[in-house]
Design a protein around this ligand. Structure first.
Ligand code: SAM
Length: 252
């Protein structure tokens, strides 16, 4: 039936696709993907033929141009499927503007849920999952990264970040400085793939491991919630500054 179908695709292991997502890929009138080559490859693995159906590339840089074509297809009563490169569309991936337009224009929006690195990492981390905050990718520069981390310091749940292997060591160092060295954290790497690895420890332990060893592949960093009794370096610094001010006021 007509509508925009958002399908989740595997984050590593090709068989992590749902039967429903395969049904939708088989029957949709039009296909759109962030990366058409990886969608073709996935369809080949599962024996889904494209035949003469259109397969459009839709990503952050051409979305404004391609979106009207997808909306026109919906207006003509067609079914359109969208997949991002891996995992769930719109989770640190394109699809938001498309979904919003579909909602605004009143066409059906259908989700075929499946893999996402944030949920996969949470299930493996061994950190509380009753509340979590997905913070996506942090800014690239140290000063902006520290500001962003500072804004998350009091979130009452597990923090989840996507991070590049190039920056993970610096990110953990900054996190230890801003959030406190003793916070429990997890680095989850290459989930569902051959070299899957889950490293657990305090922020300072993990920062030391990553300073020592170059981690490769795709990475999720999780940081346990603030322990209300724990004191961070920033807290100590603030307390010291206040004490110094008090002293200088008294001595003046
Ligand atoms: N839409 C995807 C999802 O639902 O998870 C995320 C896309 S985002 C552009 C890519 C980032 O997700 C990677 O840089 C990494 O941080 C994380 N990621 C994706 N696959 C992963 C995997 N197999 N193992 C660990 N992290 C992964």
């Amino acid at each position: 039936s007509p509508g925009l179908y958002l399908i989740a695709t595997p984050i590593g292991t090709a068989r992590d696709i749902t039967l429903r997502a395969l049904d939708i890929l088989t029957s949709a009138d039009m296909l759109a993907a962030e990366d058409t080559r990886s969608l073709r490859k996935l369809m080949d693995i599962h024996g889904v033929a494209l035949n003469d159906r259109p397969l459009l590339s839709y990503h952050d840089h051409n979305g404004d141009k391609v979106r009207p074509r997808l909306i026109d297809a919906l207006a003509a009563g067609k079914s359109v499927v969208y997949a991002s490169e891996a995992g769930t569309p719109m989770v640190a991936d394109p699809g938001f503007d498309l979904a919003r337009t579909v909602v605004e224009e009143g066409y059906p929006l259908i989700s075929a849920p499946g893999p996402s690195a944030v949920i996969t990492a949470l299930t493996l981390a061994g950190l509380p999952t009753d509340q979590f905050h997905f913070a996506g990718f942090l800014p690239n520069t140290a000063s902006r990264r520290k500001t962003a981390l500072g804004a998350l310091a009091q979130v009452p749940g597990t923090l989840v970040f996507y991070e590049s292997p190039k920056r993970v060591a610096a990110m953990l160092r900054d996190a230890a400085e801003v959030l406190g060295t003793a916070r429990q954290a997890v680095v989850a790497r290459e989930l569902t793939k051959k070299f899957e690895e889950v490293l657990r420890g305090t922020l300072s332990e993990l920062a030391a491991i990553c300073a020592d060893r170059t981690l490769k592949g795709e990475i999720v960093v999780l940081i346990g919630r603030a322990d209300s009794s724990a004191v961070s370096e920033a807290d100590i610094e603030a307390a010291l500054l206040q004490a110094l001010e008090t002293l200088s006021v008294r001595d003046a």
